[in-house]
Design a protein around this ligand. Structure first.
Ligand SMILES: O=C(O)c1ccccc1NCC(=O)[C@H](O)[C@H](O)COP(=O)(O)O
Length: 209
């Protein structure tokens, strides 16, 4: 097994450097003002310069205006867009850029429907349901709702930490795991040791499988 790892919600240069050095496959930048992890385009441009070849840079959006996504894309070299709101498949597909759809899971059948609705995406990110927040909640959900049969890469998110990620990888066998709060000391401020422990734990469990 070779589970990919995305570290999300980075706001500081040193955190990007730490995630890259520890072996992250992808770095996520949040472009959503209400989030404590949100970055400006100017900040994102500076952070992007620290991301080397073969580490993907992902931009997160929640129901964004088209003009805003276009403005980000003009200045920040994003490899992938990640949509966390109520964006339609056609909207996600309309930027000429590869994309991931994130859904908040609370009931059976939801993931199967999303596989079908968002089949043109490069992956489906499954996260915890929260009535008020679109992501980054620090909560996990019932992984039994995740079907074994998948028509696209599944990215597991929600409440992952170095303590529970090995169990998550063994039980769910996702294409990738995505973490934000579980590698932070406070919102938007990553903890270098937690990043390193998280990535080591994923690599360890993948090696033994
Ligand atoms: O991180 C945020 O604040 C955020 C806000 C709105 C939409 C998405 C957001 N983050 C998305 C992510 O990809 C997180 O990594 C994912 O939700 C998992 O977060 P966590 O449970 O804290 O690991």
């Amino acid at each position: 097994m070779n589970t990919r790892i995305k570290i999300c919600g980075l706001t500081r240069a040193e955190d990007v450097d730490a995630a890259v050095a520890a072996g992250a496959d992808a770095i996520g930048l949040v472009f959503y003002d209400p989030s404590p992890r949100s970055v400006t385009i100017k900040q994102a441009v500076a952070l992007a310069q620290r991301v080397p070849a073969f580490v993907s840079l992902v931009g997160l959006f929640v129901n964004p205006d088209r003009e805003f996504v276009d403005a980000v894309l003009q200045q920040v070299p994003l490899d992938l867009l990640q949509f966390h709101g109520d964006e339609t498949p056609d909207y996600c597909n309309s930027f000429g850029r590869r994309w991931i759809k994130a859904i908040r899971v609370r009931e059976a059948g939801q993931i199967e429907k999303a596989f079908s609705d968002y089949q043109r995406g490069a992956g489906l990110l499954v996260d915890a349901w929260d009535p008020d927040r679109y992501g980054g909640t620090g909560h996990s959900f019932n992984w039994q709702l995740i079907p074994e049969e998948r028509s696209m890469p599944l990215i597991l998110a929600g409440g992952l930490t170095s303590d529970n990620v090995s169990g998550a990888v063994q039980q769910v066998r996702p294409w990738a795991v995505d973490v934000s709060g579980g590698v932070e000391s406070s919102k938007g401020i990553k903890d270098i040791k937690k990043i390193s422990d998280f990535i080591k734990e994923v690599h360890r469990v993948c090696k033994t499988d």
